[in-house]
Design a protein around this ligand. Structure first.
Ligand code: MRU
Length: 356
């Protein structure tokens, strides 16, 4: 077995949450200290931390911080619960697409609802946030194991965005599959899409692969079709921000295009995601809210004031797209793989009631 590094995007310190500032990577490894839930909310909005599972874990710690702040202000447990709801509502406004945020907030809210006194709630919230964090790493390792089993001994894998340790509590989802295959000493080569406009591939995935010593090529997004057509890619593995009941999957903008290329050229297209990324309340991907991000991300070079486009250029900047389930070879979860996903298979896989 090869050894891999323990990269983490966050550290809980009991009275503060430290976040690795992902905006500064790969050039600087700087940590930001969040002492209040509002500090964390801003950090999520500003992309200090990003990636669906990482946003969920971060928000869980933010609720813990918020509850500690409220415990100084609230005159009784009822007022505490009422104010805690405002904290949760604020955190829910930070980013709309990744369902892991709402999933984690729901878990934290149920702890608050069940609590009888403020001190017990504070302790239980901290424990729950830590559980969410450790469960995420555990799930990612299982996803890695199931995903690596699908791969041959020699594979050239194309991936998009950053789905690694930085996008989760640790290890990663799609990049977790790549890590697991590397740990198992499979002969893998990774093609990393730079992932315009925010460059999560070029800045973050390349940084992680470099740290691990996993061989990779960085390519621009528009090169993918050429390499696939020339048989340089044997499979595509990406992550997810929200998966509908029928398997339709929202992920970083550009994912849908890759799925079409995979279908056209007959190569497997896998989604790797924990069960916390499924949204069973929506039937299809058309119900997934897609975040629109600022035009500046498209108009300017990342990390510089250099403007690319002329003055008055009009911009569209959706952060995610939806890949229809028909284009997906399989969804790799911590419970196993859903091959050729559809509503019936997803319901069966998760033992959901018919009326769900
Ligand atoms: O805008 P981001 O960087 O938060 O988008 C992240 C992605 O789209 C990831 O692919 C997804 O969250 C899966 S992360 C394991």
């Amino acid at each position: 077995m090869r050894k891999i590094k323990d990269i983490r995007p966050l550290k809980w310190e009991g009275d503060a949450l430290l976040l690795l500032d992902q905006r500064k990577l790969p050039h600087k490894e700087e940590w930001i200290t969040c002492k209040t839930y509002e500090d964390v909310a801003k950090a999520i909005e500003d992309m200090v931390v990003r990636g669906a599972p990482a946003i969920g874990v971060t928000a869980a710690y933010a609720v813990t911080l918020g509850a500690k702040e409220l415990s100084q202000k609230a005159k009784d447990v009822n007022e505490f619960k009422m104010l805690a709801e405002l904290v949760i509502n604020r955190l829910a406004t930070t980013r709309p697409t990744a369902v892991n945020l709402f999933w984690a907030l729901k878990r934290m809210k149920s702890i608050i609802d069940a609590g009888q006194n403020i001190n017990d709630i504070l302790l239980a919230l901290e424990t729950e946030a830590k559980n969410i964090e450790t469960q995420d790493i555990d799930r990612n390792r299982k996803i890695g194991m199931y995903g690596a089993e699908l791969l041959g001994n020699k594979e050239t894998i194309l991936t998009h965005c950053n789905t690694g340790a930085l996008a989760t509590a640790g290890y990663g989802t799609a990049l977790g599959v790549i890590r697991a295959a590397y740990e198992m000493e499979k002969d893998i080569l990774v093609y990393v899409d730079e992932t315009r406009p925010y460059l999560q591939g070029a800045r973050l995935t390349a940084w992680e692969l470099q740290k691990e010593g996993i061989p990779y090529y960085l390519i621009t997004d528009n090169m993918a079709g050429w390499f696939i057509a020339n048989d340089e890619i044997t499979c595509i593995i990406v992550g997810a921000d929200r998966i509908a009941l029928n398997g339709d999957t929202a992920n970083k903008i550009g994912t849908y295009t890759l799925s079409v290329l995979a279908k056209e050229h007959g190569i497997p297209f896998y989604i790797a995601a924990p069960s916390s990324t499924f949204d069973f309340s929506i039937k299809t991907g058309s119900e997934i809210p897609i975040e629109d991000r600022p035009p500046e991300e498209v108009l300017y070079c990342h990390c510089s004031d250099c403007r690319i486009a002329p003055e008055h250029a009009r911009v569209k900047n959706p952060a995610f797209d939806v890949t229809p389930h028909e284009n997906i070879t399989g969804i790799i979860t911590e419970r196993g793989v859903i091959l050729s996903p559809n509503e019936t298979k997803v319901k069966k896989f998760f033992n959901l009631d018919e009326e769900c």
